[in-house]
Structures are given as structure tokens and as C-alpha cells.
Design a protein around this ligand. Sequence first.
Ligand code: NAD
Length: 487
Amino acid sequence: MTQYPDLQLYIDGSWRTSPESLPVINPADERVIGRVPVASRADLDDALAAAARGFAVWRNYSPRKRGEIILKAAQLMRERLDEIAFSITLEHGKPLDQARLEVVRGCEFFEWDAAEGQRDYGRVIPSEPGISYTVVHQPIGTVAAFSPWNFPMSQPSRKIAGALAAGCSIIIKAAEETPAGALHIARAFHDAGLPRGVFNLVFGIPSDISSYLIPNDQIRLVAFTGSTAVGKHLTGIAAQHMKPVLMELGGHAPVIVCDDVNPHEAAIISAIRKARNGGQVCTSPTRFFVHERLFEDFARTFTETAARVKVGNGLDPKTEMGPLANSRRIDAMEALVADARQKGARVLAGGERVSGKGYFFPVTVLAEVPEDARIMSEEPFGPLAVINPVSSLDEAIKKANSLPFGLAAYAFTHSADNVARLVNEVEAGNLSINTLEASVAETPFGGVKSSGYGREGGAEGLSHYTIIKNVSHRTGHLGAVAPQGEE
Ligand code: NAD
């Protein structure tokens, strides 16, 4: 019988608990389902020492052997898919079939990076005879990683996969509110025979852990996914210690709907995508800029589709959208809707929390929202969609680019001219046209402007986890010439 796992820290290849712990709450019924241990300073010191020993071993494994262990762990996670998905649904709330897809996606990140580790080529630079210039890529060292609660398994997978495939060791602080996804990853690597100390999993008070780990000499890279505010804070600590960062931060994705598409098809795809993960996705489509000729049709179909999304407990097979992951998101949705209403927006669907136990909030459609409403500049990170009319592509692109975010952007159009303009002018790390899929394992994912720095996945992903070393090597005699005038 599948059940929620016993939560522990994983340090130096062993499981341990802590006298201090935090409750884990099922957002569908607000019941406590487990307790996550809080790592002490001594636990963090042990993790740092273990990661140093683990790195010394792991960096000398061949990329092929590293890949074999990563692939074995991914295979175990695929075999345990139902158990992992069940844990995710309990702690996060998302429907079980979406949790299953998340586990598959996490495995794909491991499988992609395992192979990429074997293709992390350096190069030979042409030179004159007698000297060679060779560029080699080497693992950067121990990574301090911090993953968020919206995808309990696939978010930590991104960072663990990159670090391990590149030959690094890692200490990851996964999300305390949704700890089981990362715990299952640690179990799989333990069972796959990963050398001890290479992968350490901790939980605790986020600011205590980051402020202790990042300045430590053992840490050579800081990898974070979460809000822009926290990302800037951690980047500041890293900068004081001259550590590189990989930052996947907030977004506020625009969707430009041009006048040459079928508004009903675009609206149905959009409303269904908005409901995915309760809108708690950094790439969630939020600001819909719809050509005025299509506006009424698009808004009507979007609203009808949104109103049909079945909200409920993720364990119920009929559920299409689960609860929001925590009560902070409910508070944020209520505040953003109240503000938009007060500023004159029309609420076409949803708008109010579902009464009773659980953090349920329906897909909410706000139309003709004034520019000064908070939702127009603050990332909702929940199931809110704004639908506003625009009169031209110029206006849509200007509005799309008007925020400090630049993670994902979307457009619907069949015009090659429009596509050329969008590719050239939209400020985003990921632009998707006629699809709301923003990234897969084989494509690089990341943001521009305040949405972050660096890329995960694709051929680019491992570069952050490696250093570039240039080796100049003179062969034959040294060709030394004694300085003139010396005896
Ligand atoms: P938050 O800003 O308090 O925390 C965001 C994440 O950062 C959490 O996982 C948290 O544990 C971690 N964190 C916070 N302070 C930290 C510190 N000092 N050191 C290390 N980690 C720290 O907000 P929240 O209420 O948990 O989440 C809401 C906001 O976070 C959203 O508005 C969204 O912008 C952002 N978020 C983004 C992503 C993403 O995929 N980019 C994922 C989750 C949350």
C-alpha cells in the first residue's frame, strides 16, 4: 500500500532525522501528513565535509560511468512512478496524472544530462609547432542548490542532474512544504549505487541554510529556483564571496494573439494551460494581449473553458486542477482580484476561493484590466488570467516587453512576418509560437532581465556546472635564453 514517506535528511550516504521538525500539510484538506526534519549547523557541516569527499571520488569517475549511475537512478524512479506521484499529490495537491507526468519529466532531465555529460567536449586551438593550446571542461566543485515547492520532483531533478552529470557533488535544500519529491530522488540514487557524499539532501530554515552554505569555501556554485526577490538576495551573498550563480526566477508570461488565428482554438489551449499546476508555474501564461477583432470571441471561449475546469482533490481521477499549494497563494489571489476589481477590471470567471477545507481557488478570468492594477506587473503564481484587447502587433510587443520579467512568452499566429518580428523583438528566454510548451529536457531554459541568469537543460545546461581551463603546453626543449649581461 502506497503511503507518504518518512521524511529524513540524506547526508554522506546515510539517512538521519533531527530533534527539530516542521509540519507538511496536505493542501486539499489542510491535514498534517508528515514532519520534515530541520538540519542543524552540525548537519550542514557534515554535508559540506561529505560533499568534499564525494567530489574527490566522483570527479574521477568517467563520464560514461557517471551516466550509467544516473540512468540507473532514473530507471528506478520510472519503476517507482506511482509511489512518487502519490506523494507529490498528497503534499502539493496537483492531480495524480499531472504528478505522474512530472515524474516522467524529472526522469527525462536526468536521462538528457547523463548523455550530455559524455559530450561535454573541450577543444584544441590551432597553434604554432612546439606548443599546444587545449581547452578542457572540468566539474566546478560542490554545488549549493535550492529548489521550490511548485514541482517537488522535477525542480530538484534539474539541478541534481546538471551537477552529477558534470561530475560535481551537491548539497540541495529542497522545499520544506513539498519535500517528498527530492527524498524519492535521493532514495533512487542511494539504490543506484551513487558514491556517498556526492548527493546530500537537507531541509530547514531556508535563510539559515543559504546564509551558512553559500559563503563556505567548499561551495563553488549557487543554483536557485524561486522568486526574483530571493534570487537577488542570494546572488548578493554569492557576489560577496565571488561565487557564480544559476538563477531561475519569476516570470509574468505574455501571450500575443494575432488576428490571423482561430480565436476559439487558441482560447481553449490557453485556458487549459492556465489551469496546469494551478497556475503555479514560472512560465504560466498570464497576460493575454488579444487583437481587438478577436477579443470578444477569445474571451468568451476562454471563460467557458475555464469555468468547466474541474477543481478538486488531486486523488480524484475526475479532478483537472487541484488546490493551490499553500495558504499564501490563496491570500495572493484574493488580494490581486480585489485590487483589479477595484481598479475597474471585469471578472468573467472565478474570483473567489472555494469555501470549506483546502486551498481551492478556481481559474479566474479578468478582462480589460487597467495598466495600474497590481496583476499587470506582479506575478500571480496562481490561476489568474488577464485578457486585454490590443489594436496592433506593435502595441502587443510593447506591452509584452513592458515588465522587468523575461522568462517565457507566447504567441498565436500563422504569419511568417509576425513570427520574424516576435523572434527579433520579444524579450524572453523562451518564446513559444502556437504552443504553450515552454521547455523540454533537450532545450535550454532560463530567463532574461529579472527572470534570472543562466540556462538549465539543452546543450547549454552543463556549462554552469563546469569550469573552463586553458592548458598551454610547450613540447620538446624549453628554448630558454639566458638574460643578457648575466654570468
Ligand atoms: P518566497 O519568495 O518566500 O520563496 C520562494 C522560494 O525560495 C521557496 O522555495 C523558499 O523556500 C525559498 N527561499 C526563500 N527565502 C530563501 C532564502 N533566504 N534562502 C534560500 N531559499 C529561500 O515565496 P513563496 O511564497 O514560497 O513562493 C511564491 C513566489 O515564489 C512566487 O510569487 C513566485 O514568484 C516564486 N516561485 C517561483 C518559482 C519558479 O519556478 N521560478 C517556484 C516557486 C516559487
